[in-house]
Each structure stands twice: as structure tokens, then as C-alpha cells.
Design a protein around this ligand. Structure first.
Ligand code: SF4
Length: 396
């Protein structure tokens, strides 16, 4: 498996697959052809259908230069490899095509070329491929999950930076009022919830406020950390901030909890998918909830088995969750969904702690079920805004 670092990418919202990855792809293509006279970029599948709401066209035009770039929205063609395809072309001043590049945004800000293996990274760090193998390794060596991760890669410095960004996004989001950009004119609520927390000392209000803060920053194109995606970036920081500020967990403990959460995200990415365009929101908010549940269980002192159970509960009860953002904007249902998932993560952890960690459905089985369910989901519910909640217009 790949590095946990790749689960936590730092960049601007609102979407890791529709904003971050296309911007990175455009930057790479431009660096290859800096003197091209013209560029064209064809967007396919979900990138075509919800690209405008997710600002895909805007970031590509900003990166390649609006005056020399044409964007084509191809609504009809969908690649089997992954629905989020982009075809970049560069032309010289005589109109001859110099190069073309077909690239896919496969979730969490990651780029892949056609038929590039999805589950195996060339830079393999973890040889265990699933949670069962990891638990066996830990049992054999009598170590916990953090010790397992530390044996494979040194993440402390990077995760300290990740945590600083998460905290600063929360502070900014809690401090900002007004209306989010976009047609829906959605009012920011984080600050309001935070004021209620201060008045009533209601812990849930603090948790909701912090999740809303990150998700609202994401929706307004602010700086966030994918966990595992931009659309689902509010859940984990909210749960960790709650643990730190309500239950006095130290930054060192939070960094270790980020490792555990990252491992769950990595397993989901390698064994299923973290792409809403591929498996619906179960792969985004569902996985974020699973990561946060594992992190919180770790902070509560759970065994490896209880952590696995917490992650499993959190994901199992998101199975089948559709991705149907209204008007193609990462706002409704996404922002509220992050807040609700943060409480579910804490509940899943507490539930698992009341058991000995033994249970019927394993986390690995839930990953394969999520993948199967996601493939069976109609394309209407996979980030295309063609069905479900997305059919309701002008909601606030
Ligand atoms: S509904 Fe879920 S998967 Fe879809 S854009 Fe919103 S957060 Fe992402």
C-alpha cells in the first residue's frame, strides 16, 4: 500500500477530485508545454456534469490561462476505468497538435493514467493489504496500530503540519459569517453554532460548529486537508478538535490518532474507493466517518480490535449513501452531512468500546461491500447531480 501522507493532501476546496486534481493535472501539462499557443481540455463524466458547480473549469482556466484555453464538456462519453476523465491537448501557433494527455481524477486529489493499477502503488510501504493482515501482524508482534504505522513510515513531521492546517481552517471557519459562493446562497452556520456553544456549553454544538467550519471553508474555496476528500474534510478535524478541546487530548495524541485514521482511509482507497463519482458519498463521508471513529476509539484507549470495530460500524451504516449535490455545488447535502457524521463517528467509537472488539462483519468485508454497492449505484447518484436531492433547485 501507498503512504498515509497521500490520504492527507493540503489544498484549496471545494473538491479534491474536481478542483485539486484537475488543477494539479493542468499544472503538470503546462509545465510540459509552457510555450503552447493554445490548450484544450475535454472533461468527461462527473467532471463534465458537476464541473461548473465544483469550479473545475475555473481552476483549469486559471492554471493554463483563460485567453488560450478552451474547455469542452463531454456529457455523453464515460470511460470504464473511472468516470472522472480529462483530456488535455496542446497546440502550436499553426494549430498543429503537439501533445495530448488522457488523465483521470480517481478520488482524494489523486491522478492516474488509463489502466494504471488503482490498488497498488509502485512505492509500496505497507505490505499488508487489508485490515485482517494488519491485525495479525500487530498480534504477532504485540504492538498497537500506531506502533505498526511507525514501523513502516515516519509521519510525525508531516502530520504535525496537517494538524496545524486543520486547526487553522477551523479557526477561520468559526470566525467567518455571511453567505457561501454559488447559486444556492447558503448561509454559513459555523459561527452561529459556536456562539450557541459558548452560551449553553453544549458539547454537541462545539462538534457541529467545528465540522461546519471546515466544510464551509471548503465550500468557499478555502484551504483544507483531504480526509479522505475535500467534500468530507470536516468530519475528522471536528472529532479531533473535540477530543483536544473538550477532553484535553494532547497534540501528540492527536498526531497518533491521525495516523490511525489515515490507515483506515488508505485501506478504503486501496481496497474500495474514496471517489464519490465512483461509489457515491459512502466513499467520501462514509470513509471520513470511519476514519474519525477509528481515531476517536484510539484516543479513548481502544484495543486494535475495538478500533477496527469502530471503523467498521461507522462505514457499515453509511453503505449505499448517494452523492447528489444540489446544483453540483459541494454544499447541500455535504456541509450538514459532515456535521452529522462527526457525531456518528463518536457514537461508533463509544459503542465499540463497550464490546470486546469481536463482531460479525469485518471492516474488510464492508470495504468490499461498499465497492460492490457503489458499482451497482445508478450514475444519477454518483456526483452527476442528475437525481435524488440534486433535483431540488433553489434550496437554502
Ligand atoms: S454528497 Fe458526499 S460525495 Fe457528493 S460532493 Fe457532497 S460530500 Fe462529496
Amino acid at each position: 500500500m501507498d503512504s498515509i501522507k497521500n490520504i492527507y493532501k493540503i489544498g484549496r476546496g471545494p473538491s479534491s477530485s474536481h478542483t485539486m486534481a484537475p488543477q494539479n493535472a493542468a499544472t503538470l501539462f503546462k509545465s510540459k508545454h509552457p510555450n503552447a499557443h493554445k490548450y484544450s481540455v475535454e472533461l468527461y463524466g462527473s467532471l463534465a456534469l458537476t464541473g461548473k458547480g465544483h469550479l473545475t473549469d475555473k481552476v483549469i482556466l486559471e492554471t493554463l490561462g483563460a485567453e488560450k484555453t478552451k474547455i469542452i464538456f463531454n456529457y455523453d462519453e464515460v470511460f470504464k476505468y473511472h468516470p472522472n476523465a480529462m483530456k488535455f491537448k496542446a497546440y502550436d501557433e499553426d494549430g498543429n497538435r503537439i501533445d495530448k494527455w488522457l488523465v483521470f481524477s480517481v478520488g482524494g486529489g489523486e491522478l492516474k493514467e488509463l489502466n494504471e493499477p488503482r490498488d497498488v502503488s509502485l512505492k509500496e510501504i505497507y505490505f499488508e493489504r487489508n485490515m485482517a493482515e494488519i491485525l495479525e501482524y500487530c498480534n504477532d508482534d504485540n504492538i498497537n496500530l500506531v506502533e505498526y504505522i511507525d514501523k513502516h513510515e515516519n509521519l510525525n513531521e508531516y502530520l504535525e503540519y496537517v494538524w496545524r492546517v486543520m486547526e487553522s481552517t477551523i479557526i477561520k471557519g468559526l470566525d467567518t459569517t455571511g453567505v457561501l459562493p454559488g447559486k444556492l446562497q447558503v448561509k454559513r452556520k459555523a459561527n452561529e453554532f459556536y456562539e450557541q456553544y459558548k452560551k449553553k456549553q453544549m458539547r454537541e454544538a462545539y462538534l457541529y460548529a467545528t465540522a461546519l467550519a471546515v466544510s464551509e471553508e471548503n465550500a468557499s474555496g478555502g484551504m483544507v486537508v483531504t480526509a479522505p476528500t475535500c467534500g468530507a474534510s470536516g468530519v475528522l478535524p471536528a472529532v479531533l478538535c473535540y477530543a483536544k478541546n473538550i477532553y484535553n487530548k494532547t497534540d501528540k495524541e492527536i498526531i497518533d490518532a491521525l495516523k490511525v485514521a489515515g490507515l483506515i482511509g488508505l485501506l478504503a482507497k486501496c481496497n474500495a474507493s474514496i471517489s464519490g463519482a465512483e461509489v457515491g458519498c459512502q466513499g467520501e463521508v462514509g470513509v471520513a466517518c470511519s476514519m474519525a471513529a477509528a481515531a476517536y476509539a484510539y484516543l479513548l484507549g481502544a484495543t486494535n480490535e475495538q478500533i477496527e470495530y469502530a471503523a467498521e460500524i461507522a462505514l457499515e451504516h453509511h453503505l449505499g449513501l448517494t452523492c447528489d449535490p444540489v446544483n453540483g455545488e459541494v454544499q447541500i447535502p455535504c456541509i450538514e452531512r459532515n456535521a452529522i457524521a462527526s457525531t456518528k463517528a463518536i457514537d461508533a467509537a463509544k459503542y465499540a468500546l463497550l464490546t470486546d472488539g469481536k463482531h460479525y462483519i469485518s471492516l474488510d468485508y464492508v470495504f468490499s461491500t461498499m465497492k460492490e454497492t457503489g458499482l451497482d449505484l445508478s450514475f444519477k447518484y454518483k456526483e452527476t447531480s442528475k437525481g435524488g436531492l440534486a433535483k431540488k433547485e433553489g434550496v437554502n
